[in-house]
Design a protein around this ligand. Structure first.
Ligand code: UD1
Ligand code: UDP
Length: 372
């Protein structure tokens, strides 16, 4: 059998993490000729992940520009990818998730007659403007897709409701879990002395992240002000916040949170320390998508500072809670989880609604089987 030519495309930190297990399986498979193209929509944050998983791209479009607009990302990726597709002539182009790289990747494939496989297909918040522009990116990508790799039954149902053909939908679990299970260990030692020296047993260490575009401005001010007041009220609490490199996020975070010795504002962490910090901390406050998938697997309550979520599985399992974006409610719910042990125990269950660590292998098997 002629080898199936697969081009994987990604551009940001979370895509790289979730694609790393897929890249490994594709490279190992004797029926597949695989090449990887990174758009480098992220630069440092992408390279952090490539280093951890020892991945070297075959093509690097290097499109990153600080302050890039959605149009910058889309047009540069689209043009760069056309050249890559002409050079490699793939049968299948794989994208993962909901970033603008994903949409541009799918569109480039579609324009050049390449079949699209969409990993993490079918997530829906139901609001086109939140998360923005990710909800639109998912829907636009879905329309162009031949293989929908849905992580859960719920994501499959979302696609069916939109009229997609069930025969093109494959429930695989989420590759985030494949990556996570590879890197979290009980005896992990941080290189960063601050993280090594935190009193994980004596103190309540809260891990915070926030970066969503639609939260920049007042919502983010509400989140950070609530966190500041929480630390001022609870002397047994310390916060670790690895701040995303977006200067707008950094400015708001520094303005509100700087200057308290129990709030540690640090640069984005490599995936290994970050995953292990999730495992070590007391609970997590975040607007991230991927962290909502990882925390339940690690038995960590996750408080989601957003209006909605396209990841309802964690909420239904009781390990995640949606707080909205009003400061009073964010404060109230974080304070409750710190001070009410029953509430904490109810949420701190290791459940894993997102997969069993075999998603990448399933995806590669499906690609091989369907090409026979
Ligand atoms: C992007 C994705 C979002 C995903 C997030 C993961 C889009 C529209 N958004 O959002 O879905 O959740 O990545 O983190 O695709 N920056 C750097 N260095 C980096 C990365 C970012 O300096 O390595 C700064 C730059 O100033 C850049 C800004 O962050 O302009 C925003 O980056 P961008 O990729 O446009 O959007 P994110 O908010 O990171
Ligand atoms: N992550 C990381 N270092 C950090 C913060 C997050 O490695 O400092 C990882 C995290 O474990 C998860 C992914 O990055 O796998 C989530 O990325 P992000 O929140 O930027 O994007 P989203 O998932 O919201 O698209």
């Amino acid at each position: 059998m002629r080898k199936i030519k697969v081009l994987t495309v990604f551009g940001t930190r979370p895509e790289a993490i979730k694609m790393a297990p897929v890249v490994k399986r594709l490279n190992e498979n004797e029926n597949i000729e695989h090449k990887l193209c990174v758009t480098a929509q992220h630069r440092e944050m992408l390279d952090q992940v490539l280093d951890v998983f020892k991945i070297s791209p075959d093509y690097d479009l290097n499109i990153f520009k600080s302050g890039q607009t959605l149009s910058d990302i889309t047009t540069k990726s689209l043009q760069g990818l056309e050249n890559v597709i002409k050079d490699f002539k793939p049968d299948i182009l794989l994208v993962q998730g909901d970033t603008t790289t994903v949409f541009a990747g799918a569109l480039a494939g579609f324009y050049n007659g390449v079949k699209i496989g969409h990993i993490e297909a079918g997530l829906r918040s139901g609001d086109l403007y939140s998360p923005y522009p990710e909800e639109a990116n998912r829907k636009l990508t879905g329309i162009l897709t031949s293989f929908h790799f849905a992580p859960t039954e719920q994501s499959r149902e979302n696609l069916i409701k939109e009229g997609y053909d069930d025969r093109k939908i494959y429930i695989t679990g989420n590759t985030a879990i494949d990556a996570l299970l590879e890197v979290v260990t009980d005896d992990y030692k941080f290189e960063n002395e601050l993280l090594n020296n935190l009193d994980y047993d004596g103190k309540k260490i809260i891990l915070v992240t926030s970066h969503r575009r639609e939260n920049i401005g007042k919502p983010m001010e509400n989140i950070f002000s609530a966190i500041k007041e929480i630390v001022e009220k609870n002397s047994d609490v310390e916060v670790v916040f690895p701040i995303h490199l977006n200067p707008k996020v950094r400015e708001i975070a520094n303005n509100i949170l700087k200057g308290n010795d129990r709030i540690h504002l640090i640069d984005p962490l490599d995936y290994l320390p970050f995953a292990n910090l999730q495992k070590r901390c007391y609970f997590i406050v975040t607007d991230s998508g991927g962290i909502q998938e990882e925390a339940p697997t690690l038995g960590k309550p996750v408080l989601v500072v957003r209006k909605e979520t396209e990841r309802p599985e964690g909420i239904e399992a009781g390990t995640a809670k949606l707080l909205g974006l009003e400061k009073e409610n964010i404060f109230k719910e974080i304070d409750l989880l710190i001070n009410d042990k029953d509430e904490y125990n109810k949420m701190a269950n290791a459940v894993n609604p997102y997969g069993d660590g075999t998603a990448a292998q399933k995806i590669v098997n499906i690609i091989v089987e369907s090409s026979k």
